[in-house]
Design a protein around this ligand. Structure first.
Ligand code: SAM
Length: 243
């Protein structure tokens, strides 16, 4: 996969590209990531990329021209899937991360200041929002997209099973997990997890996954296909019973 990011702050990407799973994915050639500073594509003699908002108002707007010049300089940009990060966009989630991880070539454009001249929407496929809050710029949003997409690429994570088990992958929150010691400050690891009984552990984990989702994110339960066993578990959970 190839991912190109257009930004005015390339230095914000250095730490992430040189750490942990993203670094390994680059080294293993699972992904190529290019950071473009679109200020380099400004035709203004002072390399200015922003200007006042037509109609008035506070703050500066990024011009569409340097971004489009930069886009056109990217090999095969017209075939790439092009995104801008924007509070107007589709709220980002795991389904969208999965969808983006299937693309061969992704381009992510980061806004800044008061945003980008709206005509940019003629050159892109989708606006994506990280949530209902305002960031200073699109860099953090694009890093979140980049990170969530790259870890889904085949061969990037050591243990591919973790992708299938974790929160949202099956529409529910993940069950609670524990590691050594067996007891800390009087808090014990649930006995069932030490039993070695795989079927009991599977049932306990499914029950806990449903229980956590029911209490913390009940909205998710309306979108998931529940089995007969799940329905029985949920009946107990609603009555405050344990497994
Ligand atoms: C300060 S914001 C501009 C906000 C804009 N004036 C508005 O009210 O909608 C600057 C840039 O940060 C990015 N940004 C801010 N909040 C975001 C969010 N929730 N999701 C994705 N990107 C965001 C966008 O790229 C945006 O162009």
């Amino acid at each position: 996969m190839r991912i190109d990011i257009l930004t005015l702050f390339p230095e914000m990407f250095e730490g992430i590209l040189n750490s942990s799973i993203i670094k390994r994915a680059i080294e293993k050639e699972k992904v190529t990531i290019n950071i473009y500073d679109f200020r380099d594509y400004s035709t203004n003699k002072h390399k200015k990329v922003d200007d006042y908002s037509y109609g008035g108002g506070a703050g500066m707007i990024i011009s569409v021209e340097p971004i489009v010049n930069c886009l056109r300089d990217i090999p095969n940009y017209s075939q790439a899937y092009k995104i801008i990060t924007s509070p107007h966009g589709t709220p980002y989630n795991q389904t969208k991360a999965n969808e983006l991880s299937q693309k061969e070539h992704l381009i992510i454009i980061c806004g800044h200041y008061e945003g980008i001249d709206y005509r940019i929407t003629n050159y892109i496929d989708e606006e994506i929002s990280l949530g209902d809050f305002i960031l200073t710029g699109g860099e953090i949003a694009s890093l979140a997209i980049l990170d969530s997409v790259v870890r889904l690429l085949p061969g990037v994570l050591g243990n591919q099973d973790s992708i299938h088990d974790e929160s949202f992958s099956q529409g529910l929150l993940e069950y609670p997990q524990y590691t050594r010691p067996e007891e800390f400050d009087g808090y014990k690891v649930p006995e069932v997890l030490l039993s070695g009984n795989h079927e009991l552990i599977r049932k306990w984990r499914r029950f806990k996954s449903l229980e956590l989702t029911y209490h913390k994110r009940p909205d998710l339960l309306t979108k998931v296909n529940l089995t007969k066993e799940d329905m029985e578990f949920l009946e107990k959970i609603k009555k405050g019973q344990s497994l």
